[in-house]
Design a protein around this ligand. Structure first.
Ligand SMILES: NC(=O)c1ccc[n+]([C@@H]2O[C@H](COP(=O)([O-])OP(=O)(O)OC[C@H]3O[C@@H](n4cnc5c(N)ncnc54)[C@H](O)[C@@H]3O)[C@@H](O)[C@H]2O)c1
Length: 351
């Protein structure tokens, strides 16, 4: 009989419900426990999903339940310490939310801890499992628009929050090439945060990849701009794609590409735990994205182009803000949750 697994959830807010979309239908993984510092959220989650081992303290939950798989669905700064603790508590797989941290040092330590215990760490950059992005990757690999390719994306919501998705998706559709240079520009004139993390107000970026590919990413340039769609331009054509669909324009005209069926997110993790192929969201991919995000901030800080290897542990954005190099007017505000900002402010003050 196939092996059964237990799972536990840390953080029971918005994205935890999305993770439950993986757990509920899966017959081999039983989510048995959950933890949250917000009692109302925790109780509502327990009731909705029939989970009765509920904990206010996540470390106690890990120590007592010893789950095989842990979902980390809390605010950004907590991701590295929770990943390390879950690996040390014997987890065989972790689904950690993006971003993997607010700097590079935390993610470095998280990857090292999982490497040490053999825990399979995936970071929830789920675009790699969406039909549109996966089909775009196959089309590019099949040479539908030639090479090299320039990708353009624009959206709102901050680099660590939404930009991380586009950086990871760019890697994915291009076939995971290494990055070769980064130029970043940012503005932060008001005291802006996202789930407690420092957040720039506006950002414009060029990222070059091996193979001569380039990503142009504009975040928050136009207020409220939301656009999941990416344009990809190559020497032989043009392609538009989003989560669901792909349209190619080439010498033969316009064609909608038949989307390809995608595998199940959690089944792929179980398979990886059991010695199967690496999960598409294996953390080394996201680590590359984290490097690029920090290199973007470093480029803005030093007003220079940054090339790999990039190994600085600290966040250049935090460095600039804390050194008073990005003076901000007005009250602190959070574009996602005030509770996240209150929590992070206490953590930063060491309380
Ligand atoms: N992959 C995606 O598409 C996607 C979408 C939304 C959010 N996210 C990520 O998921 C994470 C959570 O976002 P959200 O929208 O669910 O936030 P949320 O505010 O809805 O939920 C977060 C929960 O974590 C709890 N929490 C915070 N610190 C805790 C701690 N130390 N111990 C236990 N519980 C704790 C909070 O009380 C809250 O209930 C963020 O890092 C965000 O970037 C990813």
């Amino acid at each position: 009989m196939a092996e059964q697994y237990t799972a536990a959830m840390i953080g029971t807010g918005g994205i935890a419900a999305c993770h439950m979309g993986y757990y509920v239908p899966n017959e081999r993984v039983d989510l048995v426990a959950a933890s949250d510092i917000n009692e109302d959220s925790l109780n509502a989650f327990g009731e909705k999903f029939g989970v009765d081992q509920l904990y206010g303290d996540w470390q106690t939950m890990l120590d007592e339940v010893r789950p095989d798989i842990v979902s980390i669905c809390t605010w950004n700064a907590t991701h590295p310490p929770m990943t390390i603790a879950a690996a040390e508590a014997g987890a065989r797989g972790i689904i950690c939310e993006k971003p993997l941290g607010e700097d590079l040092g935390g993610p470095m330590d998280a990857l090292a801890a999982c490497e040490k215990t053999g825990c399979r760490l995936v970071v929830h950059e789920q675009r790699r499992y969406m039909t549109g992005f996966a089909t775009a990757r196959s089309q590019i690999q099949a040479g539908a628009i030639g090479s090299p390719i320039t990708l353009c994306w624009r959206n709102e919501g901050g680099l660590l929050n939404i930009g991380t998705h586009f950086l990871d998706a760019a890697h994915f559709v291009l076939g995971d090439p290494g990055w070769t240079r980064v130029i970043g520009w940012i503005q932060r004139n008001t005291d802006r945060y996202e789930r407690g993390s420092y957040c720039e107000e506006k950002l414009h970026v060029l990222v070059d990849f091996e193979g001569g590919h380039q990503l142009r990413l504009a975040m928050d340039i136009v207020e409220g701009e939301k656009g999941q769609e990416c344009s990809a331009v190559g020497p032989d054509g043009l392609m538009y794609f989003d989560r669901e669909q792909v349209t190619v324009f080439d010498a033969d005209g316009r064609r909608e590409v038949q989307p390809e069926e995608q595998p199940d997110y959690l089944e792929d993790l179980v398979s990886w735990i059991e010695g199967g192929p690496e999960h598409r969201n294996a953390a080394h991919h996201t680590f590359k994205t984290q490097e690029i995000m920090m290199a973007i901030y470093e480029s803005a800080r030093t007003r220079t182009m940054i090339e790999p290897p990039y190994t600085k542990r600290e966040s250049p954005l935090a460095e600039m803000i804390e050194a008073g190099e990005l003076p901000a007017t007005g009250e602190a505000y959070d574009i996602r949750t005030q509770a996240g900002l209150d929590y992070a402010t206490k953590m930063r003050a060491g309380k």
